[in-house]
Design a protein around this ligand. Sequence first.
Ligand code: M6R
Length: 617
Amino acid sequence: MCGIVGYVGRSEAAPILLDGLKRLEYRGYDSAGVAIVNGEGVQTRKCAGRIAALSKLMAQKPPSGSFGISHTRWATHGKVNDTNAHPHFDQSGKLALVHNGVIENYGALKAQLVEQGHTFETETDTEVLAHLIGSIYDKIDNNDSKGRLVNATREALKQVIGTYGIALLHADVPDFIVGARRGSPLVLGVGRDENFLASDVSAIVAHTRDAVYLNDFDLVAVERDKFEISSIDGETGEHQINKVEFTSEDISKGDYAHYMLKEIFEQPDSVRDAMRGRLNTEECTAKLGGLNMTAAELRDVGRVVLTGCGTALHAGGVGEYLIEQLASVPTEVEFASEFRHRNTPMTRDTLVFAISQSGETADTLGALRESRRKGYRTLGICNNVASTIARESDGGVYMHAGPEIGVAATKSFTSQVVILTLIGLLLGRMRNLSTAEGSRLIEALEALPDQIEDTLKLSDHIKSIANKYVDVSGMLFFGRQFNYPIALEGALKMKEITYLYAEGHPSAELKHGIIALVRPDLPSIFVAPDDGVFSKNLNNIEQVKARKGPIIAVTTQSGAKQLKGIANDVIVVPDAPDTLMPILTVIPLQLLAYHLAVGLGRDVDKPRNLAKSVTVE
Ligand code: M6R
């Protein structure tokens, strides 16, 4: 949700900033801009549109200088246009600021500044912050311009209510950038005679793999050969330089047409990595040391709450079935955005999991903080190891899925489901799950990567099905039990990247209203492996068929036999225990959405209005 890149060094800043923005484009892509300083002042280039548009603009009139800041925007306040694109300036026009987040009290701050004679050019909350910092800077009577800029930023941020990751510079303060964060991620890249600021390490990993992940309320003063981190209140503390786990190659598309397709095809590996070192075949259980819980504490868990947003929430939906089935522990899945504001009665033995690929989703972070504030043990299931959720939780399980760049989440979902299976197995083996059942589950888990490999071979078949449905008005998705959340996830993928209307439902709900929608141009996708509820699904499929609704079925071999002559199109996935079926059935739905989106000419990796990491509420 908005991406920031800053650079101070000896090289030309423009190509470094532009390349960094391209890496961060997944965070927002409605407009972009840079501010670069040289002896002649601040040179700004900004425009509505993708980074490609900014790149064109910069090529026409290249800005030069060896320090600068840049931004790719996902609009919160103010229309998408050239004016509202970042950077924004203070009254003097010398201070430039880029911002990720929302300044909630910008209206009140703006009114005060207007009273003092400030005039504003944009509708953004960010411009108000730039003016505020600039006005304090101008009032500070001190010859140390760097110290003035730091102090002005500090004083202004104390007045701010809201969230921010910011980077700013001033034309009169050479080779100097200030960054700060509260609620929006910011990382410092430490180079040799050059330093970087970015919303995410992927923007700078081509230049350095040494990174300091800033904490909330940190402020950093960045120069070529040094940096200083303090708190907004002025206190200094210890900060660790971490090695980034991946390289710039890991975040390239390789030979794939889209990141989403690459990430779908990475699932045999990402699922393997989610299990690696975590299966205890001897005791037929799972090893999850990161939970930071003793066996006695795990045995005492009386209830589980799984919370997240979007795809992560759907993984939690599968987790609800899994943990209840494997461990008989009452489990609920909760929208993070609702859970954090609701007064959910919970018992002291409740264990809360915040599920998030990015580990930065504002609503999930809010749910985690609320849960911890109330004293519940709250764990994270995250992919991004340096993320705020990972750092603020009491423990957790990393997904180790590698960077996920496509806005539509794919491999993170299957990794999350694997981890929830491991949690179910661990809790189950401490309760009533037998050695034999545990052992069978482990064997089935180990077989998954190869089965996913086989499922991916269906891609061309699924593409031919997708091509038949490019003219449809929408799609309905149905599933029961473990596959009900898969129907939700299939519909989400379809909506996100094809822009077709799509909804997921429990199959049995069909006859309670949804059936009124059934018509020849609205296909129904049934996720119906031959499991304990197959015959029930079959009834629902017949009900759609009787009303001339086209049917696509995702099923197993024996299910396909029974669906012959009933379903219009059948996708056959390998057989697995009911608990693991969702990891296989979701893949055809990811591929169906992908191929349909490509067929419709959509921008698969950057669907309209979306951003990968949603750091605003
Ligand atoms: O990073 P998170 O897992 O917390 O993200 C949660 C959702 O924003 C995310 O899953 C979103 O729904 C995806 N675009 C779905 O494909």
